[in-house]
Structures are given as C-alpha cells and as structure tokens.
Design a protein around this ligand. Structure first.
Ligand code: APR
Ligand code: PHB
Length: 392
C-alpha cells in the first residue's frame, strides 16, 4: 500500500490530522492499534479553546458540538471555601466550549467514515521504519497477515505510550519530565452539575474539581495520593471527601448518585525535544503531557496537528519545506507556554505536603493576588482560553 502521510493513532490528534489532510487533498492512512469502540470508551476532559472550536468548525465536524456543547464565559476558583470567578468574557472577550473529548473523537470518526478515509483499527505490532530517510514505511500485522505502507511522511499521533517516540534513538531525544506525587480520582455521575461553570477548588485536604459533560451528566475529581487504588474508594467515601473540599453552599447543593465510571489518573508534565526526525513528526500526547489542571491536552493536540497539516499542505502545494523545517520550534514554543500554565494551575490548586506551611502561604498569596488584581485574572483568563502570541 502507498500513501502520502501515514498517521499512527486514531485519537483526537490522528483523526483531526486525517481530516485536515483530506480537506487539503492529501492522502493519508491512519493505523490504530485498538478498536474504534475502545478508542471511544476513553473518558477524557472536554474543555475546548476558541481556537480549537474554530479549527474543528473549519473541517466541518462542529454540527453536534454547536448543538450539544456548552459555552462557558468563566470559571470559579475556590480556596478553602473562598470563591473567585474568573470572567473570561469580561476580562479578555473570550470563552471556552465544554464538549467531551469522546464526542469530538466520535464526530471525527463519523466524518472519516463518510469520506471513506482509510483507517486500520486493531493493527498489531506497528513498526515505523526508515523514517530517517525520504522513503519511510509503516509495517503492521492484522488478522495474521503482515502489511506495509510506503509513504512520504509519518505522523506520530500515538500518544504517550505509542511506538513513534519510542522508535527514535534515545540519544536523539531530550526528555523533560515532572511526575507529581498525586493523581486525580474521577467520578462520572448521571446528575445535573452542581454549578453552571467549572469549580477548581484548593483545600487543605486536597484539590477538587466540579466539571460536567452535559446539563444532566457531571464529572467530579478529588486529588489522591499517587499510591491510592480506585477499589479503596466507595461512592459514599468519594462524595464525602468531595463535599469536605468544597465551599459549604456548593457542597450543600451537590447532587450525588451511583458512579457510572470511576478511575484514578496519574499527573505528569512531560516534553520530548525535538519533535521532528526527518520524515517522522510527533504531535499531541506523543510529544508532550500536561497535568489536566489547565484542560490543555486536547487543545495542544489540535494545535499541533493544525501546525503539521499547514506544513504538509505547503510542502505538497508549493514544494516548500519551510513549514516542515519550522515545525519543531513552533510546536515546542506553544508546548512550553502551555506546560508552564498547566504547571502553575497545578501548583496553585493542589496540596504539596513537602512544601509545608510556607508553601501553603505562598498558594494563598497567589489566590489573594488573583482576587486583588485584574491583571492577574486577565493572565489566567488569557492562558485558560488559549494564549495566541501577538502577531509580529
Ligand atoms: N500503534 C497504533 N496506534 C497506537 C499505538 C501503536 N503502537 N500506540 C498507541 N496508539 C493509539 C492509541 O490507542 C490511541 O488511540 O494512538 C492513539 C493516541 O491517542 P491519545 O492517547 O488520545 O493522544 P492524542 O491523540 O495525542 O490526544 C491527546 O487525548 O489522551 C488524551 O489527555 C489526552 O486530551 C489529550 C488527548
Ligand atoms: C473534565 O471535565 O474532565 C475536566 C475539566 C477541566 C479540567 C480537567 C478535566 O481542567
């Protein structure tokens, strides 16, 4: 088989890239190791920056998002029960869209089925070969047969545990990483959200987050030690702990019920440099990971493949390699800006026993500065809704 671009991974990055290339008339094949149902079974955050909404709209996968997504013009911070609203619209005239990542993925999958774009699901033993040459190949097994794809470029959209980054010689990669000593215990419940907007709560017992998937389905999180096991948390224990970390009025208003999903996710900050290796380009979680505190993972993936699609379009349309040559530097500039913001939100809102009473005083001072300064609130709003550098 031959194609112009072989995409490894049918998550948000791979599917969005596939759609962008289709729109540009560039042939691409997606190779995914799991089934489509498995990919859709993943529960992931869904806070879309305006730029992400605009890109998804530009590739015609926004119908359901516009019908079912919820515009949020602000977010609430809670610090030991003190509440502070960050008014995105009032501060910087922007908003975000709450629309589950699973739904984004479903919309992208449906669009690809309609156009007949080739996607190989349940591909086993995927290998990327000769990516340090101009004639890279992808090899995989399916139903006992071995297949090979000859291509011009390989897009590594296969996430943190994928084969793409792991195929790069260790000496060619610089890794930057911080693993946090805690995780997020998350619960999905068929109950209306406790508030109209998200509530990020700092409490001396630990961080909590009140989020949502729709007007009838809510998503809640509490910070837990990295060693905790989800089976040690009954629903009642979870609801009691969540209430204990929220403002009393919010805790009173909380509507609980049986969890329809419950899991613990680890938190890490991670960046691999560079992200281009001749014909191989990393994008999304394959290149970087952020703690979910800033709701950035999906937005970074969409940003990355937008950049890659523009560079590939320029290459095929104008035989220019300028965009391809600039890809790594541009992607990493956005990545580090977003890593910083996600790290800062995590530092502000979680308990870090190792930093002691002084650390908690600094966190309180950070929160009080946000209360006192419109510039501090504007900075948070600018980053949360999606910072884009000024032109020039
Ligand atoms: N071969 C083929 N596919 C693979 C391989 C492999 N060796 N390894 C992983 N994959 C697939 C996974 O099964 C997954 O469907 O690559 C896809 C990667 O998708 P994601 O992990 O969702 O990463 P990405 O598309 O970059 O999206 C990032 O997803 O995980 C969230 O929090 C993350 O919001 C962020 C977003
Ligand atoms: C979620 O709804 O799962 C969610 C929302 C915002 C975050 C993280 C997760 O920052």
């Amino acid at each position: 088989m031959r194609t112009q671009v072989a995409i490894i991974g049918a998550g948000p990055a791979g599917l969005t890239l596939g759609r962008l290339l289709e729109k540009a008339g560039i042939d691409a094949v997606i190779v995914e190791r799991k089934s489509a149902d498995y990919v859709l079974s993943r529960i992931r955050a869904g806070v879309l920056e305006q730029a992400s909404v605009e890109l998804l709209s530009s590739i015609g996968v926004d119908t359901r998002m516009n019908a079912e997504g919820i515009i949020h013009e602000g977010v609430e911070l809670s610090f030991d029960g003190d509440m502070l609203r960050i008014d995105f619209e009032g501060l910087i005239g922007r908003h975000v869209m709450v629309y589950g990542q699973t739904e984004v993925t479903r919309d992208l999958m449906d669009a690809r089925i309609q156009t007949g774009g080739k996607t190989v699901y349940e591909a086993e033993d995927v290998e990327i070969l000769d990516f340090d040459t101009a004639t890279p190949r992808v090899r995989y097994r399916k139903d006992g047969e071995t297949y090979e794809i000859a291509c011009d470029f390989i897009a590594g959209c296969d996430g943190f545990h994928g084969v793409s980054r792991q195929s790069v010689p260790e000496a060619a990669l610089k890794i930057y990483e911080r693993v946090y000593p805690f995780g997020w215990l998350g619960v999905l419940v068929e109950q209306p959200p406790v508030a109209e907007e998200l509530i990020y709560a700092h409490h001396h017992r630990g961080f909590a987050l009140c989020s949502m998937r729709s007007h009838t389905r809510s998503r809640y999180y509490v910070q837990v030690d990295a060693a905790e096991k989800v089976e040690d948390w009954s629903d009642d224990t979870f609801w009691d702990e969540l209430r204990a970390r929220l403002n009393p009025e919010v805790a009173e208003a909380l509507k609980t019920g049986p969890s329809i999903e419950k899991s613990i996710a680890p938190l890490r900050s991670f960046v691999a440099e560079p992200v281009r290796f001749n014909s191989l380009f990393l994008a999304g979680d394959a290149a970087h990971i952020v703690p979910p505190t800033g709701a950035k993972g999906l937005n970074m993936a969409i940003h990355d493949v937008g950049l890659l699609a523009s560079a590939l379009t320029e290459y095929y349309a104008e035989k220019s390699e300028a965009g391809l040559d600039a890809y790594s530097e541009k992607l990493l500039a956005n990545t580090w800006r977003t890593e910083r913001f996600s790290w800062w939100m995590t530092q502000l809102l979680h308990t870090f026993p190792e930093t002691g009473p002084f650390g908690r005083k600094i966190q309180r001072a950070d929160f009080d500065y946000l209360k006192a300064s419109i510039h501090a609130r504007r900075t948070l709003a600018e980053n949360y809704t999606g910072f884009r550098p000024e032109a020039g």
